[in-house]
Design a protein. Structure first.
Length: 157
């Protein structure tokens, strides 16, 4: 199974994700904010990053952007429980997230999103250069937030 790094400022969410994915056989690491998560990612080179979007120190969008530049092809699953998660998760898709999931989510939704993100690993050069890179849509049964199918789904001013 995969080595997965979970970055979320909510320790209960980190524990929930670690229990679900650890129970499925994945090796789990955790960080409480984006800065700590990036440092741990650089040191341990996980196969998947799961990051919250709204966090102290360094937001998830910054984490996704930095990882897209430093480690192209490393899949990121963006999660958000913000008041309007659709906006944040669509932005995460534009920044390079392979899949998105709104909080709260069921264990089966998390497992499906992880499988989708792990199978997305695009060619590094294509990931950087493609303005309309496909993003795997994952919809939460509770919050129904989505990643865009194409970058053109969001107007850019």
């Amino acid at each position: 199974m995969a080595e997965i790094l979970v970055i979320d400022d909510n320790s209960e969410i980190r524990l929930l994700i670690a229990n679900i994915l650890g129970g499925a056989g994945h090796q789990m690491r955790e960080a409480g904010d984006g800065a700590a998560g990036l440092a741990l990612c650089r040191a341990s080179r996980p196969e998947l990053i799961i990051t919250d979007i709204v966090m102290p120190e360094k937001e998830g969008l910054e984490v996704i952007r930095e990882l897209s530049r430093e480690m192209p092809g490393l899949p990121v699953l963006a999660i958000s429980g913000a008041e309007n998660p659709t906006v944040y998760l669509r932005a995460a898709g534009l920044f390079g997230a392979a899949a998105c999931l709104s909080k709260p989510f069921r264990p089966d939704e998390l497992l499906r999103a992880v499988r989708a993100a792990l199978s997305s690993n695009p060619d590094a050069d294509d990931a950087r250069e493609s303005a309309d890179r496909r993003v795997t849509p994952i919809y939460s049964g509770y919050g129904s937030a989505d990643c865009p199918g194409e970058a053109t789904d969001i107007p850019v001013s």
